[in-house]
Structures are given as C-alpha cells and as structure tokens.
Design a protein around this ligand. Sequence first.
Ligand SMILES: Nc1ncnc2c1ncn2[C@@H]1O[C@H](COP(=O)(O)OP(=O)(O)O)[C@@H](O)[C@H]1O
Ligand SMILES: [Mg+2]
Length: 489
Amino acid sequence: MQTNRRIFSTLRWKIALAYLVVIGLGFLIINISIMEIFEKDMIKSKKLAMQKYAIEVAQQISNMYSEGDPDIIFEIQEIADDIAQKEGEFTRILILNNKGVVDYDSYNVIGPEGLLKRNLIEDIPEIKEVLEGHQIDAKDIYIPGDSNSFKRVMYAYAPITHDEEGIIGAVIISTSLSSTEKLLSRTRNMLNLYSAIISISIIIISFIISSFITKPLNELTQGIQKMSQGHLDQRVNITGSKELRQLGQAFNIMSEKLENLDKARNEFVSNASHELKTPLSSMKILTESLLHMDIDDPAIYNEFLTDIDNEIDRLNAIITDLLSLVHMDDGDIYIQKDEVVVKDLILKSIKGVQILAEKRDIELTTTFSDEELVVDGDEMKLQQVIINIVDNAIKYTPDGGKVWIEVYKGLDSAIIKVTDTGIGIPKEDIQKIFDRFFRVDKARSRSTGGTGLGLSIAHKIVLLHDGNIHVTSKEGKGTTFYIELPLKA
Ligand SMILES: Nc1ncnc2c1ncn2[C@@H]1O[C@H](COP(=O)(O)OP(=O)(O)O)[C@@H](O)[C@H]1O
Ligand SMILES: [Mg+2]
C-alpha cells in the first residue's frame, strides 16, 4: 500500500515538475517579449524628447552665442538642471563652435575635468554632419563606466544657426540612462517575480486538484490489492468527479459479484459434499449391520443389499447430475443444434414418465395448438428438460391429480407449458427452486429419488438454447412451468 502511495506521489511530483517547466518557459518567453517592446518604446520616446531639447537649446542660446555673451554658461547650466529634473537623469550640455571645438560645457562648472577647448570632431563623427546641416537622430550607446560595467548614455545633437551667418556651432546634450535602466530592470524583476508567484500557485493548485484524483485511485488500488489477497468483501466509497464515482461503483458491483460467486461456490461444494455423504453414511450403516449381525435369514441379507444397491444408484444419480452441470458450467458441453419438432419432442419425452403417472393414477394429457412448431436445438438435452419438469409435476402431485402439457406459439418462440394440480411451491421459495440442491422439502425429494439438481440442469440447458424458463405456483393448488424456446429461423 505504501508503495502505491509512493508511486502516485512521485508521479504527482513528476507531473508538477513538468508543469513548472512548461509554465516557466512560457512566462520567460512572454516576459522577454514584453520587456523588449517596453524598452524599445521607452528609448524611442526618450530619443524624441532629447532631440527636441537639443533643438530648443540651440534656438535659445543662438543669439547669446553669436554675441559671445559669457553668461551663456549659466544659461546652459540652468537648462541642463531643468532637463535633469524633468527627466530624472544627469544631463550635460556642450556648445561647440563650427570647427567642433567645445566652447562651453555645463558640467565644467561643477567638475575640474572637462572637455573645454577639445575638438570632438574626430571622437564624435556625428558632429561633422550636424555642422554640415544634416538632421541627426539622437543615439544611445554604452560607454565604459566604473570597474567593468558599461554605462548607457544618450546623445542628442542640433546645429546652432544664425540668421546671417548660417550654422555657427552645435549643441550636444548627453544624458545618462541610468534611471531608465533602473526602471527597466525593476520592471523586469517585478514581471519575473509575478511569473514565479503565478507559476508556483498554479503548481500548488494543480497539486491539490491532483490529490482529488490520486486519493480515490489509491483507495481503489488498495481495494483491488486486498481482493487479490482473497478479501472479497472490499467496497470503496468514492466521492468527487462523475467519472471517478462511476469507477468506484463499477468496482463495488464487481466485488459484490465476485463475493457472491465465491459464496455460491463454497455453498455448492459444501452442499455437494453433504449430498454425497448421505448415501455413503447409509451404506456404511447397512454394511456394518450386515457384518456385525448374526443373521442366517437370506431374506434379510437380500433386503439390506437392495438398500445398499439403492444408495449406490442415488450416488450415481447425484454424480451424473453434478458432472453434467459442471460440464455445462465450463462451457465444454457442445450443444449440437438440429431441427427439433416440438410435438415429437414432447411425445418422446413423456413415454418414460407416463408409466409413473399411471402408477399414481395421475392423468397426463397433451394439447398442441400448433403441431408444426420447430426449434433449433439438441434433442437429447431438450428431452432431459421436459422429463425433469414433467417428472417433478408428477412427483409433487398427490395420487389422482392432473398434469397437462400445452404447446403453443409465442411471439417468435415455442412455449411449452406444464401445469399440475400438485402441492405447489411456497411463495418465498419460488426464487430458489433453480438453485443447485435446493428442495422445498428435502426428505420428500430424497424419498422420491430427487437430487435437487434437476431444475438447475433444466434451467442451464434452456439458457444454452437462448430460451427462458419461469414458474408460477400456488401452494396447495398447483404449479405451472413455462419453457420458452426460440423458433427455428
Ligand atoms: N411441480 C412442482 N410442484 C411443486 N414443487 C416443485 C415442482 N417442481 C419442483 N418443485 C420444487 O423444486 C425443488 C427442486 O426441483 P428439482 O431441482 O427437480 O429437484 P428434485 O426434483 O430432485 O427435488 C423440488 O425439490 C421441489 O421442492
Ligand atoms: Mg426433479
């Protein structure tokens, strides 16, 4: 049992792991795509904004620059601070002359190191194009930062134009993108965290749901294992989905049938042993009496031996009946089907029992409302059925009674109806009379040579012919048996 639970739980783990991989991969792909789109969009709008700033600055300082106003440094510093505040990023503004040499640097006021008087035309190829009047888009690039990392920065360019002199210089605005990068990485981390939380929640939920499935499966497996060990009284109580409940019900029906079958088998074996033992015990007593009694009278010997002979006949009858039942059970009895005319079948069958009826002054009659009915069957076996039932009718009818056989056509069957004016069968026993060894009155049946197997055999033979047999009876009034056999097609 432990092993099963383990198998199921490792199975559940494997399934959960597989789910985790699939869901995780899915989220990863989705997150990467989302972040890519998000990042592109952010950088694009940033570029546009910086581009706009560059053009605005160039316009704003154009006059001051052409006039050589030294306050321009404060002006660009102020603008740089403004932009830095708006964008949340460090911003630096450079003013270059028309040769590409840095004239003003907003950063230079704060730090000692600067680019003042440096010609940037070699370092930044875009400057040349700007000075030539080309429209240049803002660029974002990675530059080496402290230690091994890279800093992402953005450059935007704009020419400084003067109404009369044309292009007199260029503006470069450089902004760090560290806040943007931080925002991006924060968003990325959030997305990943949420994905992980959702994935794990899915796994936990599916784990819980799967327990609804594995629990009843465990219960069923345990039931089956116990049954295979011989405990056939297993029943499961499965709740949950309709399919599982149906499985549980099917299991219960199966185990109940098996249990009943097992009980019936035990009962049969015990009944059979008992039935066989009875004549044996009688024979034992008879032979012991013969051995130990001091008798000279041959007539007494004769009587005892006749009794023993009768018991042997009984044993023989029981064993013959048992064997034919067992053969039919195994299915190794072969029903040789032939055309059987029902009228002939009846007339042949009652020949033997006719004498019995006459002896007991019982009137045995037959009526055929259809003389031509033909069924497909094994004539010898069918005779056995008729003999058994008519024999019962005579046996369980007091002297001077009546037994009559009627043959008529049903829907697509021949019906043989055997009625007697006998002792009848108690209501509560009607269900049992086809059971093996069942007799309403054991002593009476035995005294008339019955084995209690006749009706079981008859029932079995009729079933093997795809027919039906049933009975109605009234205690003290009489009994009617209906044998229904399908007509030959
Ligand atoms: N026609 C009948 N009238 C009354 N009881 C009957 C009749 N046929 C069968 N039975 C009852 O059914 C029992 C089973 O019949 P059967 O299997 O032929 O066994 P048996 O005749 O050997 O006793 C009989 O013992 C008897 O109690
Ligand atoms: Mg009988």
